[in-house]
Design a protein around this ligand. Structure first.
Ligand code: GLU
Length: 493
């Protein structure tokens, strides 16, 4: 019988939840759910200098927003806590001392500044900057005596000779020559563990069966495997998830755009879309299907479809995917999201926003054009202003049409009278005008669109007219016609 799956996400609280971290969390979550296992959240906060509180909040908030609920960890508790490494210092010190007593680790009294110089000198000679084992050469008596005297020391792990291999869940067999590994410090002078050591001690204490993490950790894995062996423990399985690159093929960073999960949230990305998008960063189902709910992902996710090759973070694809989810939402939910966005940005205030029924009609008219709430104003800003200022390019186009002004005036007169002021009669009047002028409907509709919205792209013109209402429509059409006449270079008629 294999033991039940236990995986973990182990962020260092360094600022916010990066999309790379969120992808790692998601894959762990999916793997746990799929195997009826446990998803553990462990906070690797042994670096005291950082503002852990705020960063922790960012991580918990990001994970919760994505719906990646952890079974054990901060807030959730669990039988293998505490889940903050800063509260587990004793266990690292104990394990390090054990290795020391067994001769698998040794005290290092080297001065950090000195070490730095030696490392730099090695690099300058073109050698790997490995620790030169100065303190390994101390006799036991010398080492004990210095410790007894109170000399500060770190504890270093003695990397054995040979090589280290493992069957990676993603990459297959991976082998490192131990000669390339350093005798790493496992416990610092201040009794704090280093990442590799704390991770091993905790992954064992928390009974982690599968370590799925970014492949920037791949060179840590042989060190960790050696530590497991030295501690007499069986290592978990490892799977290294491919790196995430920006669209230009360099490592994803702020240069490319947003990278924190909460920034995407604040920019109107839906959690369902974010999860779906993250799932496809390094994993694919059949190379075709791309839309999956988190429940579906739990069914179809598998580690053997995780790619070894880097994944590209395509912002346009995320935008498209968000559109797929956004459009599928009920109208009232879309209106809620638009209202929340407009409110939070202060883009629209007061009475305009409070007219909920109107907002809903506007959202409905914008329809599929909108892929996220912030695009609402692109298609609807003219509904919320007294006067539109047409954009220069469409206006120039109108000016170039000598008959535009007259048609706008005629349309204004028709719409002033049309009864009832509803979609179909409005459409009939507009098309009737085009027919009587012997032109295509577009020759009336396009000028009207520019006059009413200031743009060449908008929701359906009859919806726009209805939303503006009779008075504002007529007023805008006439105003545009007058302006055209005034500005037209060829005032022939
Ligand atoms: N705290 C490490 C990080 O944030 C965890 C790496 C691991 O999963 O072992 O990169």
């Amino acid at each position: 019988m294999t033991s039940p799956v236990r995986v973990r996400f182990a962020p260092s609280p360094t600022g916010y939840l990066h999309v790379g971290g969120a992808r790692t969390a998601l894959f762990n979550y999916l793997y746990a759910r799929q195997h009826g296992g446990t998803f553990v959240l462990r906070i690797e906060d042994t670096d005291q200098d950082r503002n852990v509180e705020a960063a922790l909040r960012g991580i918990l908030e990001g994970l919760s927003w994505l719906g990646l609920r952890w079974d054990e960890g901060p807030e959730a508790g669990g039988p293998h806590g505490p889940y903050f490494q800063s509260e587990r210092l004793k266990s690292y010190a104990e394990a390090a001392r054990r290795l020391l007593h067994e001769g698998k680790a040794y005290r290092c009294f080297c001065d950090p500044a000195d070490l730095k110089n030696r490392r730099e000198a090695a690099l300058a000679r073109g050698e790997p900057p490995k620790y030169d084992r100065t303190c390994f050469r101390l006799t036991k008596q010398e080492s004990d005596a210095r410790a007894a005297k109170g000399d500060a020391y770190a504890i270093r792990f003695l990397i054995p000779e040979g090589e280290t291999s493992w069957e990676d869940e993603v990459r297959g067999t991976v082998t490192f020559q131990n000669s390339t590994l350093d005798d790493l410090v496992i416990l610092r002078t201040d009794q704090h563990p280093t990442y590799n050591f704390a991770a091993v001690v905790d992954d064992d204490a928390m009974r982690i069966t599968h370590v799925l993490r970014g492949d920037d950790h791949i060179s840590n894995t042989p060190r960790q495997i050696q530590l497991y062996r030295a501690l007499g423990l069986t290592p978990p399985r490892f799977g290294h998830l491919p790196m995430i690159l920006g669209p230009d093929g360099t490592r994803l960073s702020k240069r490319h755009g947003a990278v924190s999960v909460t920034a995407f949230r604040d920019d109107g990305i839906l959690p369902q879309a974010m999860v779906n998008f993250l799932a496809l960063l390094g994993w694919a189902y059949d190379g075709e299907r791309e839309i999956f709910t988190i429940e579906e992902l739990t069914q179809v996710f598998s580690l053997d479809r995780v790619s070894k090759n880097p994944a590209i973070f395509n912002y346009e694809k995320l935008d498209w995917m968000n559109g797929e989810y956004f459009r599928a939402l009920p109208l009232s939910t879309r209106a809620d999201l638009v209202a929340a966005y407009l409110e939070s940005t202060g883009a629209l205030k007061g009475p305009a926003l409070r007219d909920r029924a109107f907002l809903e009609r506007a959202v409905e008219a914008v329809g599929d054009r909108m892929k996220r709430p912030r695009q609402f104003l692109e298609y609807a800003a003219y509904l919320y202003v007294e006067r539109v200022e047409p954009e220069p390019e469409p206006w120039a186009e109108l000016l170039a049409k000598p008959s535009a002004a007259a048609r706008l005036k005629k349309l204004a007169s028709l719409l002033e009278e049309v009864q009832p002021f509803e979609h179909d009669p409005i459409e009939k009047a507009t098309r009737g005008l085009a027919a009587s002028e012997g032109v295509k409907a577009g020759e009336v509709i396009m000028p009207a669109r520019i006059a009413l919205t200031g743009k060449k792209v908008s929701p359906g013109i009859f919806d726009v007219i209805l939303l503006l209402g009779r008075e504002r429509t007529v007023e805008r059409l006439r105003h545009a016609a007058e302006r055209l006449e005034a500005e037209s270079p060829a005032r022939t008629s």
